[in-house]
Design a protein around this ligand. Structure first.
Ligand SMILES: *Cc1c(COP(=O)(O)O)cnc(C)c1O
Length: 400
């Protein structure tokens, strides 16, 4: 997945153009910047690649999620449905606005189970936030219908699946809003950065203002701009945006390499009896940043995870025990460990740890192994790895 593996001349050249002007900020300083507007350039390139009308770049993917929610008017007490398997940014962005994250089961897509989503809808629900984890997507057809039926907003977190598609449309562009992260380990990187995309002018107008202290960005005197509402600072710097300008142009090249490597690995372990693969919804195309597969039992998944590490196959993850990605280790959320007080609406609305039953998620995540697909491997390296993986998995299965 990581774009950092292929940091080269194009990235350096883009950054140098910013350094030559010395204008590191995305707004203002028109006379000094010598025509360089890297954040704007990045936004135009992302909007074009994702076939949406609008894109707004920010300081991180977490910022993008927060601003996306804020731009649609989400606030204190509003319930946002999110999956049990994701990155902590999902609930961080929701809680940042005083809204309430509602954890909901995932299925064999490793993303939100539409049936579980439907059961979790209450009069307070405002948003369904599928997270396209590990390179593949939620069942967007089913979720879109549910959102239309109940009048909810569909916000796609496509931070881990940029470049994938559903029914021919880029992931992120199917929801009312979509978010990407360009942090250092994502498929394309800015160092730190993120973006939201949308086709709705109102959300875009709200987003650029909200992420820059509420500035309306009218006229060309920044000091004299109005503040139609309260905002915050989630701006991306021109230096970070410059790296992104180079990387977005390389996205399709990265995807091609990932797909080649993914297919070699998949074919090798496909032949191992007992291995099954994560379900990709019909009409979906992965971005191939991870190869995700199931073992028949939790015990076998643990053994396979260990066997892979033992033979030196690195970057394979067992998310079930992971600190960042699965609800079982989110004690800080479940026990409400916060520095200051939470807003009352969030405090009262949060699910209580006792009584939570995510056995349906455990059934899948407990048996899942995800292996990162890197860009820098040579063909020979991938083939060696594929053989090592197949041999290690087979030895665990045969020992049963
Ligand atoms: C990386 C990531 C984010 C947050 O992105 P940052 O840029 O690191 O803040 C959000 N959601 C998912 C699924 C991610 O993987």
């Amino acid at each position: 997945m990581p774009g950092f593996e292929l940091f080269g001349e194009l990235e350096k050249e883009q950054v140098q153009q910013v350094l030559d002007t010395g204008v590191l900020m995305r707004y203002g300083f028109d006379g000094l910047r010598n025509g360089q507007w890297k954040a704007k350039e990045l936004e135009a390139a992302v909007a074009q690649r994702m076939q949406t009308q609008y894109c707004h770049a920010m300081s991180s993917g977490t910022a993008a999620l927060t601003v996306a929610l804020a731009s649609a008017g989400i606030g204190a007490g509003d319930e946002v449905i999110m999956p049990t398997f994701t990155f902590v940014a999902s609930f961080e962005s929701i809680l940042a606005l005083g809204a309430v994250p509602i954890l909901v089961d995932v299925d064999d897509t490793l993303t939100l189970d539409p049936k579980a989503v439907q059961s979790a809808i209450t009069p307070k629900t405002k948003v369904v936030m599928p997270v396209h984890m590990c390179g593949s997507m939620a069942d967007l057809g089913a979720l879109r219908s549910l959102c239309d039926q109940y009048g909810l907003l569909l916000l796609e977190d496509a931070c881990q699946a940029i470049g994938g598609s559903y029914m021919g449309k880029p992931l992120g562009s199917i929801g009312d809003l979509g978010c990407f992260s360009f942090d250092y380990v994502k498929t394309i990187t800015c160092g730190e950065g993120g973006a939201l995309i949308t086709n709705k002018a109102e959300y875009y107008e709200n987003a650029h203002a909200y992420s820059d202290h509420g500035h309306d960005h009218k006229g060309n005197d920044r000091g004299a701009e109005g503040h139609p509402f309260l905002g915050y600072n989630y701006r991306i710097s021109e230096l970070n945006a410059a790296v992104g300008c180079a990387q977005i142009l390389r996205l399709d090249e990265f995807l091609e390499v990932q797909e080649r490597n993914y297919r070699i690995l998949r074919q090798a372990i496909h032949a191992v009896e007992g291995v099954t693969f994560r379900r990709v919804p019909e009409g979906g195309v992965e971005n191939y940043s991870f190869l995700n597969f199931f073992l028949p039992t939790e015990a076998m998944a643990r053994k396979v995870h260990k066997a892979l590490a033992d033979v030196g196959v690195d970057a394979c993850f067992y998310w079930y025990d992971n600190n960042w990605h699965y609800y079982r280790k989110w004690q800080h959320l479940l026990q409400q460990h916060t520095l200051g007080k939470l807003p009352n609406e969030a405090k009262q609305g949060l699910q209580k740890p006792h009584g939570l039953d995510f056995s349906a998620s455990d059934h899948w995540i407990g048996r899942t192994i995800s292996c990162l697909v890197k860009l820098g491997w040579s063909r020979a390296e991938v083939e060696t790895r594929a053989l090592q993986m197949a041999t290690a998995i087979k030895s665990v299965m045969e020992a049963q």
